[in-house]
Design a protein around this ligand. Structure first.
Ligand code: ATP
Ligand code: MG
Length: 227
């Protein structure tokens, strides 16, 4: 598979004149960091997205039982991080929806806000994409939207391709790869660094860093309310 090419050549990725393209960047964003922002921006430029909507998860289904920061804190950090990019927006849809935050519900809900013709792409890192088939109503989700999967330079997409082939989804759905600069940044590592008093500067936007320290997030006693 070529970087930036569709797994499904018949679907094509040439942008049609007058048809809007929207990217959805889902995540826990606890905290949001430059890995997320660079991925969204690279996807936006490469696939000529008109808009990227960041969707912080309310209750991430794959992180049940894991401590996460409050909805308010994660929403605030996501808004602060995306403020300066005119193509970026933040949706509260998963934060305001009770129950686990399933991508299929989010895509169907957000689709209603656009013309029927608008093309929707879910943007995800390769680590999350490998699990796509375990997501709720995965096959329906793959019919509802395309997927832009961020890979690191040199990262193999073999495992993802193998799983899609097995599920006979390889040739019928829009899943394309985009290479992002090798960013080994993760929210887990940032939380650990704060807890251990290590620097986090340059891993995330400065205003988000300030928010983390001002609110005391990720200090030994984790903020875990249900706001
Ligand atoms: P955690 O370590 O808490 O799991 P995370 O850094 O993986 O956090 P998430 O909020 O879980 O961030 O991820 C949201 C999306 O961003 C996922 O699709 C994930 O694959 C992607 N992503 C996370 N970090 C990076 C990165 N450094 N480069 C590219 N994509 C990333
Ligand atoms: Mg993650």
């Amino acid at each position: 598979m070529q970087q930036g090419d569709a797994m499904s050549p018949s679907e094509g990725f040439g942008k049609r004149p007058g048809i809007k393209r929207v990217g959805l960047m889902g995540g826990t964003f606890d905290p949001i960091h430059y890995g997320h922002l660079v991925t969204a921006e690279v996807a936006r430029a490469k696939f000529r997205l008109d808009l990227v909507i960041f969707v912080p998860a309310g209750i991430p289904p794959h992180k049940r039982g894991v401590r996460i920061s409050s909805r308010t804190d994660r929403y605030m950090m996501t808004v602060m991080a995306t403020l300066t990019n005119p193509y970026f927006e933040v949706s509260r849809t998963e934060l305001d929806r009770p129950g686990p935050s399933y991508a299929i519900d989010t895509v169907r809900h957000l689709k209603k806000e656009f013309d029927e013709e608008t093309e929707i792409f879910f943007i995800t890192g390769a680590d999350a994409a490998i699990e796509i088939l375990t997501w709720k109503d995965a096959k329906d989700l793959l019919k509802e939207c395309g997927f832009i999967v961020a890979t690191r330079p040199g990262c193999s997409t073999g495992e993802l391709e193998r799983r899609l082939m097995e599920a006979r989804l390889h040739s019928t759905h829009c899943i394309c790869m985009v290479e992002v600069p090798a960013l080994a940044i993760s929210s887990t590592d940032i939380r650990r660094r704060v807890e251990q008093g290590e620097p986090i500067r340059y891993l995330l936007p400065m205003n988000v860093e300030n928010y983390v320290y001002k609110t005391g997030l990720y200090q030994k006693k984790c903020n875990n309310d249900k706001k």
